[in-house]
Design a protein around this ligand. Structure first.
Ligand SMILES: [Zn+2]
Length: 156
């Protein structure tokens, strides 16, 4: 899914890495015709790409960025107290991730843009990338909560 470029850095081998607003980093290489980034070698052209969108495969796979740190946990909800806002599509703001955790019972977790529709049992969890619409639905009695994590900063 498309993410915003925050900046560039190089790995030990000198290959370019883009830092994305989701907290992921990805290599970009100019290897035409499969990987066509002729602007990579030019500092001004790279700078002009900051803020532009580039595809992040790791978000598409629901991979939590390395170094993401927990900063808040919701109350534990059951099938009666689960807020209506979580039962219909909603999103987590840019730069923040969620981990929906099922403590007891069963919960349906649906994230249409990433074609996710799965049942979570007690002890299981699902990862929610920033800005991706998702919702949950109790399947009978359930106890669940959501842990929020912040993507690592530029120096992480
Ligand atoms: Zn990402």
């Amino acid at each position: 899914m498309p993410r915003q470029i925050l900046g560039f850095e190089r790995d030990a081998a000198g290959e370019w890495i883009v830092r994305l607003d989701c907290g992921h980093r990805r290599h970009v290489r100019h290897r035409p015709p499969l990987s066509d980034y002729p602007w990579l070698a030019d500092a001004a052209a790279r700078e002009a790409r900051v803020g532009a969108a580039i595809e992040c495969g790791r978000c598409g796979r629901g991979e939590l960025p390395a170094g993401a740190a927990e900063y808040r946990t919701t109350a534990t909800f059951d099938e009666a107290t689960l807020p209506a806002g979580l039962r219909r599509d909603h999103t987590i703001r840019a730069g923040s991730w969620g981990r929906v955790e099922v403590l007891e019972g069963r919960l349906r977790f649906v994230m249409p843009p990433l074609a996710v529709d799965r049942e979570l049992a007690a002890g299981e969890h699902a990862i929610i990338p920033p800005e991706v619409p998702h919702h949950v639905e109790p399947l009978g009695a359930v106890r669940m909560r959501v842990v929020f994590l912040r993507a690592p900063g530029p120096d992480a």
